[in-house]
Write a protein that binds this ligand. Structure first.
Ligand code: DC
Length: 229
């Protein structure tokens, strides 16, 4: 079974998707981590992020491993390194690049082949797994999302202001919703969950309910004991 969780930055998708996957015994596919890893590799190699050909070369030359809750870039643990403000801001070049997107989409589909997966991102239900059995759109108000992101960054020792985080988040929302390929869109098949005022546990509970409803609806009807033979 494929469960997709799409939504804007700061809606709490990563933590909710990771916890949901653990509860279900599914694998967790963090697609944002892949765009971030491409960006980190490009910056480390001194590649100009605006050089589309060079950025695509980087994407195709690296190995990203997403096993066991870690993000490994060519065998090196970059789980934390890809979450800095610098990488978060610079990732737009990889995310806006149609060639990089096509490459990562193919990797994501291959990764999930024949597995039970919770996949999180922007284009998971629309582009990557259009046949997913359960599609969720996880969101929260702009202010709540910015507060969460700001606290997260401060707790990691980053020096940013809340206003700066909100400002960049607005930029990312606009980019996420308007990019030519893989834009974040809400379709009628996606079930919207607004996480304003919900704890992480409550969010995961709600997502579990939605997945179980879909699993029950898809299960073949059991023959009635009373049915005549
Ligand atoms: O979800 P995140 O913050 O880790 O995503 C990092 C960036 O990658 C963000 O700018 C949106 C982009 N992204 C994307 O374009 N498509 C995805 N499937 C996942 C993330």
């Amino acid at each position: 079974m494929i469960v997709t969780i799409d939504g804007p930055a700061g809606a709490g998708k990563s933590s909710a998707a990771r916890a949901l996957a653990a509860r279900l015994g599914f694998r967790f596919l963090d697609t944002g981590a892949m765009y971030r890893a491409v960006t980190l590799a490009a910056i480390e190699r001194g590649v100009d992020l605006e050089d589309a050909d060079a950025l695509l070369d980087v994407a195709k030359s690296i190995h990203i491993d997403l096993a066991d809750g870690l993000v490994q870039l060519d065998g090196r643990d970059v789980t934390r390194a890809i979450r800095t403000f610098e990488i978060t801001t610079a990732t737009r070049y990889a995310a806006d690049h149609p060639g990089v997107r096509a490459h990562l989409v193919a990797l994501q589909q291959k990764w999930a082949d024949h597995l039970d997966v919770v996949a999180e991102g922007r284009d998971q239900s629309t582009v990557v797994f259009p046949h997913a059995e359960c599609k969720i759109y996880l969101t929260a108000s702009e202010e709540v999302r910015a507060d969460r992101r700001y606290l997260d960054m401060v707790n990691r020792g980053e020096h940013v202001s809340r206003a700066e985080v909100l400002d960049k988040q607005r930029d990312r929302d606009t980019r996420d919703c308007t990019r030519a390929v893989g834009a974040l869109t809400k379709t009628p098949q996606q079930i919207e969950v607004n996480t304003d005022g919900m704890s992480q546990d409550q969010v995961v509970e709600r997502l579990m309910e939605l997945v179980l409803e879909k699993q029950t609806a898809a299960a073949p009807a059991t023959p009635s004991e009373a049915a005549p033979s």
